[in-house]
Write a protein that binds this ligand. Sequence first.
Ligand code: NDP
Length: 797
Amino acid sequence: MEIKEIFDTMVYGPAPESAAPAVDFLESHNRTFDLFINGEWTKPSSKKYMESHNPANKELLAKFAEADEKDVDKAVKAAKEALPKWAALSGFERAKYLYAIARQIQKHSRLFAVLETLDNGKPIRETRDIDIPIVVRHFYHHAGWAKLMDTELKDYKEVGVIGQIIPWNFPLMMLAWKVAPALAMGNTVVLKPAEYTSLTALLFAEICEKVGLPKGVFNIVTGKGTVAGTALVNHKEVNKVAFTGSTNVGKIIRREIAGSGKKISLELGGKSPFIVFEDADIDSAIEGIVDAIWFNQGQVCCAGSRLLVQESIAEKFYAKLKERMVKLRVGNPMDKAIDMGAIVDETQFKTIDKLVKLGISEGCEIYQAKNAVPKNGFFYPPTLFTDVSTSTTIAQEEIFGPVLVAMTFRSHNEAVALANNSRYGLAASIWTENINLALDIAPKVKAGAVWINCTNQFDASAGFGGYRESGFGREGGKEGLYEYTKPKIEEEFSAKPIIPKAVKSKTEKKSKSILEDIDRTAKMYIGGKQARPDGGYSIDIKNAFGEYIGEVSEGNRKDIRNAVEAAHAEKSWAGMTGHARAQVLYYIAENLAIRSEEFAERIVEMTNQSLESAQEEVEKSIERIYTYAAFADKYDGQAHSTVKRMVTLAMPEAVGVMGIVCPEENPLLGFISTVIPAIAMGNNVVVIPSEKHPFSATDFYQILETSDVPGGTINIVTGHKDELAKEMAKHYNIDGIWYFGTKEGCKDVEFLAADSMKRTWLNFGKYRNWMDNAQGEGEEFLRHATEIKNIWIPYGA
Ligand code: NDP
């Protein structure tokens, strides 16, 4: 083609990146990689190797070892052995390693970018300009956290050996998001990369060797998820599992580790809304969509895959979008002027195609630009569906490909309702020139990241992670560090419940005087009213010496259901300011103080402890309410320092409707210590009080009724604790559950919570001394009562 012709047509010429450095790297390993265990390249015990192909041309790139249980065991043992020394290093020493890793990746950034593109099929433009810079940034940022750990997280320590499992869509980036904070906080790691894309992780291992990272601190077991992944998750010496991938596998993993006491964070799928209001800058929004759904061929967990456009501009918007789609260049990902590369593998390609065909058969209107798409590799054209109804599969399921489904809305409320009409809650994009509108909508959308007039923004200093079936836990930012640390105070927890001594003589006197002439059966408390149990049964309550002292209602599944409905129906509490909630909490404390003698006597009646110790429990309860009243308007967020010309607001939000299963010990204080922090943060709660000693909770109704607590904010269902807890764990409309009870109870709750992917906080058979402020209260409670939402707001005229 002549130059004049090029000027006339403005067609792109080829601009290929050279694969030579990556090929040299592969050749230097004879295109065969072993496992990286204890700082050594180790042959797999299975002697088997798997193949990695370039999805853009199907050529074999390299073979890598297929780890089995024995290899995983070896790697975990190496990590365990390396742990004490690594954790004992000063933050400064660990920072130096992380800093050296960041420098090395930066110095070899082009090699990493090329290798990633060859292995994954994503455009070199993206690996070079987005993936690898973010990786480098993560290691620098966390080098800083390593240094600051001693002062900024002085009450926390490492978790131990971390098993990390990552997907294929951002192979090195996911490695960095997991490895950098884990190492910074003094943990050691065994990583299982995705089988489609293990190569950059293996190159990363070489960097670790080069910087002299102590042996065993970082290990790689390549291979199959169902073999190496499962072995890693289930290994007894693994203290935490961090997983990114599909929601289905996330659920499997959660069930597998249920009750083990392992920490877990899950970053799962999404079906994120991209909301365009009629006053949006349309051209910017169109470019936003390109970045939202055609970035990385749409294989992005937070892809803006559901376009919601205000009806008044929909026609014009779709026309412009289609025009833009025609201009997207799909082809050789090593070409620097390519917009979209290849799908990672044939299996994924077929999954996308199947869902697209299903969309057509469900009656949605499809548009695929007639872009030239190479035939040799797994290339899929950019695809748009319009006329999509909310109930279709393509509107609900994650397609994980370059497929956008579009719907329209009329009112702001409808936009929010459509946005939240998903089992996922990972991210959202809001497009409007009206900042007031954007900031009104952002808190209403259930998503961990909300981008206003921008999309797919990531930075090491901002947490990323989901709500609902998108998983839980955050990666990045200070909020992400808590996933790789645990409170030092946990070491002081006891193996047995701490129960005050029962004293026989006082019992007889008290039980007689109170119950002599009035028959009292405590009802349940639902929606601000006392409610009889659905089943019509009551349970006898006895004191510490087995003597009958009264009855409570026996709640069942339907009572839990009613309580959850009441909690959802109550809308005012979450909308109140922290100050207003604090006022109500102070009022509760005041009313409890007025009746403190009566509450102390009730504790004595149930537990037969001394009156003095019961009085102390009541006093501590009042003090604890004060703590959370104080926190209600002080536990706030941060403006993270992320990218240029961007305000990133990290806002703690209430989890929603929480299930609280109170400890058996300390009938009143256990109830207060768990319920009050949850409501202080704006949650509505369904509470199962102590099974043996429920009367402190049932007596509390009167305090709630006289303290301006809205009906429906605290709902109390009495009965068999573990049976009711299981019902709560299964319930789809409970967003989070705290359980303080037995090891077995923890296991059941964690297992059953996996289906709805609700957040859990469990004591795993370790017991707090609720009378001790260091163990019984504090910010940890508030962190478990909130989710951090990061709202990204660009600025500049
Ligand atoms: P998976 O969830 O299966 O894979 C993610 C990682 O988990 C891989 O390393 C995988 O290993 C491993 N794994 C698989 N099964 C197990 C198991 N039972 N125990 C432990 N580890 C396991 O995702 P897929 O690759 O199968 O993709 C399927 C779908 O998942 C996609 O279409 C997409 O919808 C979604 N997905 C979401 C991602 C996200 O970031 N949210 C990322 C990737 C996929 P192996 O590579 O051997 O399979």
